[in-house]
Write a protein that binds this ligand. Sequence first.
Ligand code: ATP
Ligand code: MG
Length: 331
Amino acid sequence: SDRVLSLIQPTADSLHLGNYLGALRQWVPLQDSYDAFYGVADLHALTVEPDPVVLKERTLRAAAQLIAAGIDPSRSTVFVQSHVVEHTQLSWVLSCMTGFGQASRMTQFKDKSAKAGSDSTNVGLFSYPILMAADILLYQAAQVPVGEDQRQHLELTRDLAGRFNARYGRTFVVPEPHILKSVGKIQDLQEPTAKMSKSAASPNGLIDLLDDPKINVKKIKSAVTDSGREISFDEDAKPGVSNLLTILAALTDEPMDTLVAGFEGKGYGDLKGAVADAVTAFAAPYRERTLQLLDERTELEKILAEGAAHAREVAHSTITDVYAKVGLLPA
Ligand code: ATP
Ligand code: MG
């Protein structure tokens, strides 16, 4: 069957609500109809120059959270990016086919490097989308479930796949982005016109799923809302309220119209209360499962070793084909 692939970076101790609603949640049902590859992008995380001990711990925590969210390692391949050397091998080949101009137009690089300043921006951050293209193309993924912020990187990946296929003959599946309009961009609770992000300016805008549920309830109750009193879904006029409604609709599986109708005559406080309850109902058992998986560390490491072994088989076959096609002398 067709393949699906998505990775998540171990750049924080906990995944946040945006990671879950925008990406991870979609990964779960895709396991039913696809040959799924899901993993932890530890090589990508090196772009923020993490402390080595912290990175290692976060990699395991991220893997545990994938499983806690419903990824089933007996059906899906769960692995760590650096365990499969072919990612960096393919990344180099693709680098040599990417125009400097095209890479320079990536808005995530522009945003992140502007924040960091040019002295603390490394070349890895610049070539990040090319490594991401390698992650996807290596497994011949047909679908890539990600958040809206990855759309441009997916477009680059599709370009590179097409370019390689045109130059060397059919080699790569050209992947489709699997991005949901409703939840593709969960916003920061304090700054509802910016995406919720691990590297957010104010930690109060971010719902860390592994935080004490009480802390998250407090953050939701102090979320920025909008002028007026009416609860309606209007992202331009009411970005704060709309973001809360988006979160609630997703977590309760309620259609937006029904949800909004149910709040007629009620106030922002009621909405926040409902969001807090829904987030807690999801996050409390998620946190329990994650902590339990981290307690059984050897079991988790075994899952990752098996995942890497399977991922390597697929990756090796792709890289062998690619190396031969571009004219590298077989070893
Ligand atoms: P960083 O700030 O370190 O880039 P991040 O929060 O963007 O962290 P990633 O690991 O880069 O997290 O992204 C993991 C997945 O979560 C990606 O598919 C990404 O598109 C998605 N995602 C990230 N933030 C959001 C958000 N606010 N809303 C919806 N999806 C999101
Ligand atoms: Mg990101």
